[in-house]
Design a protein around this ligand. Structure first.
Ligand code: UDP
Length: 409
C-alpha cells in the first residue's frame, strides 16, 4: 500500500488530492534537505517522514547530514542557546571553526539541486562554499525562536542570509527582521508514527501496568525533557494542590535520559527530591525510542500538562491534543498557538492556575470530552504532516511564480 493511501485514511481524499496537484507542478525537481543529525530531535523526526512522502509525490528529494567535530557541536550548541537569547561567549576562533567545517561539508555533500533546505544554524554557511549555479535556490529553515538573540551570534548568522532566497520560521513570534522573504510554516506530527498511531487497548493497559500506573484511577501527565523551562516542579505543585480533593489522583512526569546534559541530571535530582515518597507520583525515565509508551501514557491521561515557562513549538502539546486530551499549557511559545481557553485546553501562568483549571476539567466530564475532541480536530486541520508539506510546496511554487493566481489549485 502506498504511504499516501494510508495518510488518506486519516486526512481525507481531498487533502491528498491537493498535495498531488501541487506536487505535479514540482515533479522531477531535485530537493535536498540538510541538517546536522539523522537521529534525535524534532528536525530529524520530521525529515524521516517528509523525504519518502516527497519522493512518492514525484519529487527527487534527499537528505544530507553535515559532519563536525565535538568542538563544532559545542559551538553550534552555543549558537542554539544564543539564538534563544542566552548570553554566550564565543571567540573568533569558534566562529572560524564553524565556517571552516561548513566549507569542508560543502565539498563533501551532494548539493546539486533545484532547492536546498538548510535546517537551523549548523549548516548555514554552505551556500558560501558551493559553486555558483549548482543550487537553484537556498532556503533557511529556522526551527528556533530567534526573536531576541545574542547580538554576536546573530551578527555572524545574519551575514550568511543574503545568499538565501527565503527563510522559514515556525511562528511569527519567533522571527526577526531578515534580508530575504520570510514564510511562516509551523511544524507537524506524523499521525501514523509509533508516537501517534492508534494502539490496541490491551497494549495500552499492559504499558500502564508495566510503568506502575493504575489504569482505574485518573492520571495527570507531563512528557518533557528534565529542563527548568518545562517547570516540572510547578507541575508537582499543581498536583499537590489537587490531591486533597481527588485522593485517587496520580501524576506521571515522563522524560528521557539526561546523562548527556549535566543540567538535565541536576533538574532530574530536584524533581526526584521534590517528588518524595508519594506512591501516586511517578517520575519515569524512558529510553529515547519509547514512542509507544509515550503514546499509551498520553492516551491514558485525563488531562495533559505542558506547564512550560519558555517553549519552542511544543510538539508534546500537539501529540496530546491529537489523542483527544485537553492541555493545560504555560502561556508561552507555540503552546499559545495550540491551546485556546475553553476550546482545546487552558493557558496558565502559575501552579495554582493549573490546579484550578484541572479541577474544572475533572469536574465537568462533558466539557473535558468536548475540548478533547476540539483538540483532535484542530490538530487534524493544522498540524499534521500533509499540511506541512502543502505549505512547503506552496512556498516553492510562489518562489517560482510569484503571481497570486499561480497558487490556485
Ligand atoms: N520526547 C520523548 N521522550 C521524552 C521526552 C520527550 O520522545 O522522554 C519527545 C516528545 O514526545 C516530543 C519531543 O520529544 O515529540 C519534544 O518536543 P517539544 O517540542 O515538546 O520539546 P523540546 O524537547 O523540543 O523542547
Amino acid at each position: 500500500m502506498k504511504l499516501l493511501d494510508r495518510y488518506e485514511e486519516v486526512v481525507g481524499h481531498q487533502e491528498i488530492q491537493r498535495l498531488y496537484r501541487l506536487a505535479e507542478r514540482l515533479a522531477g525537481k531535485r530537493v535536498v534537505h540538510v541538517n546536522s543529525t539523522r537521529n534525535g530531535g524534532g528536525v530529524a523526526e520530521i525529515l524521516r517522514w517528509m523525504i519518502p512522502l516527497m519522493r512518492e509525490l514525484g519529487i527527487d528529494a534527499s537528505w544530507e547530514v553535515i559532519e563536525g567535530t565535538a568542538d563544532f557541536y559545542r559551538v553550534t550548541k552555543s549558537f542554539h542557546n544564543g539564538l534563544q537569547g542566552l548570553p554566550v561567549s564565543l571567540k573568533k576562533r569558534d566562529y572560524d571553526l564553524h565556517y571552516e567545517i561548513n566549507r569542508e561539508n560543502a565539498e563533501r555533500l551532494n548539493l546539486q539541486a533545484d532547492v536546498v533546505f538548510v535546517h537551523d544554524p549548523q549548516p548555514i554557511y554552505l551556500p558560501r562554499f558551493t559553486p555558483e549555479g549548482q543550487v537553484g535556490r537556498w532556503i533557511w529553515r529556522c526551527h528556533i525562536d530567534a526573536s531576541r538573540p545574542d547580538r554576536g551570534v546573530w551578527k555572524y548568522l545574519d551575514a550568511a542570509l543574503p545568499q538565501y532566497e527565503a527563510t522559514v520560521f515556525s511562528m511569527a513570534a519567533f522571527t526577526r527582521p531578515v534580508a530575504c522573504p520570510m514564510f511562516l510554516i509551523p511544524p507537524s506530527i506524523d499521525p501514523l508514527s509509533d508516537k501517534n498511531c492508534p494502539i490496541p487497548e490491551a497494549e495500552r493497559l499492559e504499558t500502564l501496568t508495566r510503568l506502575g500506573v493504575d489504569p482505574d484511577r485518573p492520571m495527570l501527565l507531563q512528557v518533557s525533557r528534565f529542563d527548568r523551562f518545562k517547570d516540572p516542579l510547578g507541575v508537582i505543585e499543581a498536583y499537590r494542590l489537587l490531591k486533597p480533593y481527588h485522593t485517587g489522583l496520580q501524576l506521571v512526569l515522563a522524560g528521557g535520559p539526561a546523562e548527556d546534559d549535566p543540567e538535565g541530571a541536576e533538574v532530574l535530582r530536584e524533581v526526584l527530591d521534590w517528588a518524595g515518597e508519594d506512591q501516586d507520583l511517578k517520575v519515569l525515565m524512558l529510553p529515547p525510542d519509547a514512542h509507544r509508551d509515550i503514546n499509551a501514557l498520553q492516551r491514558s491521561a485525563i488531562v495533559v500538562l505542558q506547564k512550560s515557562i519558555r517553549e519552542g513549538f511544543g510538539l508534546t502539546v500537539t501529540e496530546a491534543l491529537w489523542k483527544g486530551k485537553p492541555v493545560i499549557g504555560g502561556a508561552c511559545g507555540g503552546i499559545t498557538l495550540q491551546v485556546h481557553d475553553y476550546h482545546t485546553g487552558f493557558l496558565v501562568h502559575s501552579p495554582a492556575g493549573a490546579a484550578y483549571r484541572i479541577r474544572y476539567l475533572m469536574r465537568y466530564n462533558d466539557k473535558r470530552l468536548r475540548m478533547g475532541q476540539n483538540g483532535y480536530d484542530f490538530v487534524r486541520e493544522h498540524f499534521l504532516l500533509t499540511r506541512h508539506l502543502r505549505d512547503y510546496f506552496t512556498m516553492l511554487l510562489s518562489l517560482d511564480r510569484p503571481e497570486p493566481d499561480s497558487l490556485i489549485v
